[in-house]
Design a protein around this ligand. Structure first.
Ligand code: GLU
Length: 496
């Protein structure tokens, strides 16, 4: 063991196989900050061949709920953060927490404090004012024996508490700034610092990697390790996550929970990638990374000291990158629900799997979410397209002219030898030349007829994927619509 107050640089720690833990309190959904902590622990464990433990810190019964525990487990599973041990429940360790507190009492490292907690700040009387630290052991025991309620309070020794933080470097706190703190309340419940240290010792945790909101707890915890005679883990405190405006991440920034982003159509691989880059970097210019690459590249040394900025636009960009790169079969699987919700018959997936793959492959770059991609893919599989008002106003503005060009296009498309994009392009461009109009004059109205929209992937690829029969059918329907528009316009003009 190192001398009290000196950072623990003992070699024996390295010999222990790495064991890390994620220790959420089940008082809310999994926050992106918590998810990032879990992810860094996961990446560290997988990189080092260590063990990733999940411990649910549910000692605060009033604020914890099973529903939130389930929600956290769900979010971790969805993100792919599989743990090797657990979930352990901190509340199950109550007897050990008490035993550890009493051991500290035996050792003289803690004392009985008889001061009633002041109203509103349960369990935290000012230890300077209370005087219990200086009671003789005999007095303490006599008052306890007489039935006076007491808390157990840690006796902070003189000196300094220091450690080498894997992120922040050497940190040191003069013990005079650390108040004697409660270990066990008078109702026998342990406080956070005791429960955490007792559990981390019991579970053989070698690295405590958590948010830097815990920095002020660390000196107290180190004092507990020392008093309990346990080897110190390495501590790594990861910086806060801020919104792009430099303020604490909140709902205003688009959501704070994993759940919220999942509902917005963010994919687990994109969030995994995004969170990994939130305060860590692989040290080169890679940004789009798969979990296996992140595991391979991860190291504590590359965690950044400054706060990380949560940029929702980058998350959307990464989502798009992952949609573009994922194996096509995964995209088919993901898009199947949204496509069916848009009215695409489920039979398509069995009857024409190759076509589904082709279409999704063409449109996958055109949406930020799988839902948006499905919206682009749906017209290829629906019996009827819906004409978007904006597209109609823009490209069917002169219905008689549009109808004439579409009729001519229909004739060409009915007879082209093949429905390959190149052949189709050649045919339409030739037609435009013959009619002495720009190709756009045909292409735009044709796109509205096929997709109902003013934007789509390249029209010749669209036509080719749609297939001759469907393309002609859609032109016929568009012609009916355009003729009716033209007739209505004519009638309107006559009436004037
Ligand atoms: N349960 C604590 C929290 O949710 C984490 C404790 C720790 O990681 O040491 O903030």
């Amino acid at each position: 063991m190192s001398a009290p107050g000196a950072p623990d640089t003992s070699g024996h720690r390295a010999a222990r196989p790495p064991r890390v833990r994620f220790a959420p309190s089940p008082t809310g959904h999994l926050h992106v900050g918590g998810a990032r902590t879990a992810l860094f622990n996961y990446l560290f464990a997988r990189n080092a061949g260590g063990t990733f433990v999940l411990r649910i810190e549910d000692t605060d019964r009033a604020r914890s709920s099973d529903e939130m525990t389930r929600s956290i487990l769900d979010a971790m599973e969805w993100l792919g953060l599989d743990f090797d041990e657990g979930p352990y429940h901190q509340a199950d360790g109550l007897e050990r927490h008490r035993a550890d507190a009493h051991r500290l009492l035996e050792l003289g490292a803690a004392y009985r404090c008889f001061c009633p907690p002041p109203p509103g700040r349960a369990g935290r009387p000012d230890p300077e004012a209370c005087g219990c630290a200086t009671l003789s052991r005999a007095d303490e025991e006599a008052r306890a024996a007489a039935g006076e309620p007491f808390a157990l309070r840690f006796r902070v020794p003189d000196g300094e508490t220091a450690w080498d933080d894997a992120v922040h470097g050497r940190r040191a706190v003069a013990n005079e700034h650390v108040q004697d703190f409660v270990l066990l309340r008078s109702d026998g419940t342990p406080v956070y610092n005791l429960a955490v240290v007792s559990d981390d010792i019991e579970m053989g945790i070698t690295l405590v990697l958590r948010g830097d909101d815990h920095l002020s707890n660390t000196p107290k915890q180190i004092l507990l390790y020392r008093a309990l005679g346990a080897p110190l883990p390495t501590f790594a405190h990861v910086p806060m996550i801020l919104g792009p405006d430099g303020r604490r991440l909140s709902k205003r920034h688009g959501g704070t929970s994993v759940e919220a982003y999942r509902e917005q159509g963010i994919l687990p691989e994109a969030l995994f990638n995004f969170l990994a880059l939130l305060g860590w970097s692989p040290g080169d210019d890679r940004e789009v990374m798969e979990p296996s690459e992140l595991i391979e590249a991860f190291s504590l040394g590359r965690i950044l000291k400054k706060s990380a900025v949560f940029d929702p636009e980058k998350l959307t960009w990464l989502n798009r990158q992952h949609i573009t790169r994922m194996p096509i079969d995964r995209l088919v699987e993901l898009a199947s629900g949204p496509l069916q919700a848009l009215g695409v018959p489920p039979s398509i997936f069995e009857e024409r799997p190759e076509r589904v793959r082709e279409v999704l492959d063409v449109v996958r770059e055109r949406g930020d979410t799988v839902e948006a991609v499905a919206l682009q893919a749906a017209p290829f599989f629906l019996d009827e397209v819906t004409y978007e008002e904006a597209a109609v106003t823009k490209f069917w503005k002169r219905p008689a002219e549009a109808a004439e060009l579409l009729r001519a296009a229909r004739d060409r498309l009915a007879e082209v030898a093949s429905f390959e994009p190149d052949t189709l392009e050649h045919a339409i461009r030739q037609l435009a030349a013959t009619k002495d109009v720009s190709a756009g004059k045909i292409i735009h109205p044709l796109r509205v007829a096929q997709m109902g929209t003013s934007v789509s992937p390249g029209i010749f690829v669209v036509l080719s994927l749609m297939g001759r029969e469907r393309v002609l059918g859609r032109i016929d329907r568009a012609l009916g619509y355009l003729d009716a528009m033209a007739a209505a316009e004519g009638a309107g003009a006559d009436a004037e």
